[in-house]
Design a protein around this ligand. Structure first.
Ligand code: PLP
Length: 408
């Protein structure tokens, strides 16, 4: 045994984690201003024991709050039983998650059956959706995908190429060919961009990273009709919006449509890395053995977190809870000084400010021990855990309104 390595290892426990991050991690994220060591429900704690009310949930991930006991118990039991076997073998957890997703997406209507591919992140399930659509269109030479400007689908090269944000794409050119980006909320723009090679339209049901931007009424329904008319697949990216957050199990359900492909990740594992790409059976059938894969996707440990998460989201009636508490956000913040309007749905909300002070507002909130997320100069994103209490919503809104007044 190399004793010096053990000594180095032991010395790390006395190093300030913020300093260590600075020195050993790449600089692709902004410099963090806090380091959390513990979480419970809607609260995060730093090493000095300061409690922060978390209205971001690790970017719409901790829908059940931090360290939910049922998820922790399921993960711990699974860790002691079997963590990983690869996809060369079946496991007893992943398929149950797939069956539940099928049920939640189809809402009990089993007539168009569907199936699932598991991966480990939002970007990866979107990669799977892109590859599945390309494989589906391969026989008749169709591979182009139309997506929206200001959309966000992830950072891997395929998902980045789908993303409609030049600033994120430019440093990594050349991108994957075959993506056309059109104006959001404009069905005619999609129609005008369809070519003989177009195979799919890919959209978020609310643009999350783009600023919590809602589609206009009827947009998604019209896109569905257009896709049906022109024989295109409709891919809906529910990575941020899925699993109850917007007041429906999936945000597309507010619009009375059923996509051909749905991707979901963030909230699925309550923080354990797992994502799913769901597709209608006739589309999913385009993948045959060897077409796509991943070492970790759908492994028992991550799947156990997803299974426990889904069960608990059902037990708390997550969509109804999100809708009700979202109404409380409207009631508290609507008409407040410095706020132009609110966007989003349920517990995924954009607070549009009169002035470009979002960053300052988030800093002031942090000083008051409230975590919110500035996106762009004018918008604050709120994505609290769905288990947040009404008094916690009231408190957060009070602190946010106060911070907006101070910043303005
Ligand atoms: C709509 C959407 N799609 C995809 C992604 C990428 O997910 P991940 O960061 O897990 O790769 C995100 C992340 O914010 C997202 O909001």
């Amino acid at each position: 045994m190399d004793q010096s390595l053990i000594e180095f290892y032991d010395s790390l426990s006395s190093v300030d984690p913020m300093e260590l991050s600075e020195s050993v991690l790449m600089k692709n994220y902004g410099k963090p201003s806090l380091c959390f060591v513990r979480g419970n429900g809607a609260w995060l704690y730093d090493s000095d024991g300061n409690a922060y009310l978390d209205f971001l949930s690790g970017i719409a991930v901790a829908s059940l709050g931090h360290s939910h006991p049922k998820v922790a118990a399921a993960v711990s039991a699974q860790a002691e039983k079997l963590v990983h076997v690869s996809n060369l073998f079946a496991n007893e957890v992943g398929p149950k998650v797939a069956a539940m997703l099928n049920r939640l997406i189809l809402q009990g209507d089993d007539s168009p059956d569907g199936s699932v591919f598991f991966a480990n992140s939002g970007a990866e399930v979107n990669e799977a959706a892109i590859k599945l659509a390309r494989k589906f269109g391969h026989a008749d030479g169709r591979y182009e995908i139309i997506t929206a400007l200001h959309s966000f689908h992830g950072r891997t090269m395929g998902a980045l190429s789908a993303t409609g944000q030049r600033s994120k794409q430019a440093p990594f050119e050349p991108l994957l060919p075959g993506f056309t980006h059109v104006k959001w909320d404009d069905v005619a723009a999609i129609e005008e961009s369809i070519t003989d090679q177009t195979v799919a339209v890919m959209l978020e049901p609310i643009q999350g990273e783009g600023g919590v931007v809602d589609p206009g009424p009827g947009y998604l329904r019209s896109v569905r009709e257009l896709c049906d008319r022109r024989r295109l697949l409709l891919i809906i990216d529910e990575v941020q919006t899925g699993l109850g957050r917007t007041g429906a199990w999936f945000c597309f359900q507010h619009h009375g449509i059923l996509p051909d492909i749905v991707t979901v990740a963030k909230a699925l594992g309550s923080g354990m890395p797992i994502g799913a790409c769901w597709a209608k059976e006739e589309v999913a059938a385009a993948f045959s053995a060897g077409d796509h894969g991943t070492t970790f996707g759908g492994q028992p440990l991550a799947a156990s977190a997803a299974l426990a998460t889904i069960r608990e989201l059902i037990e708390i009636d997550a969509p109804a809870r999100a809708a009700e508490l979202g109404g409380l956000i409207d009631k508290n913040l609507g008409g407040c000084e410095g706020i132009r309007c609110l966007s989003g749905s349920g517990l995924l909300r954009g607070v549009y400010l009169e002035q470009p002070v979002a960053k300052r507002v988030a800093e002031l909130c942090q000083g008051k021990k409230l975590i919110v997320n500035p996106i762009g100069e004018n918008t604050i994103r709120l994505a609290p855990p769905l288990v947040v209490s009404s008094s916690e919503v009231d408190r957060a809104c009070e602190l946010l309104a106060e911070s907006i007044r101070e910043a303005s």
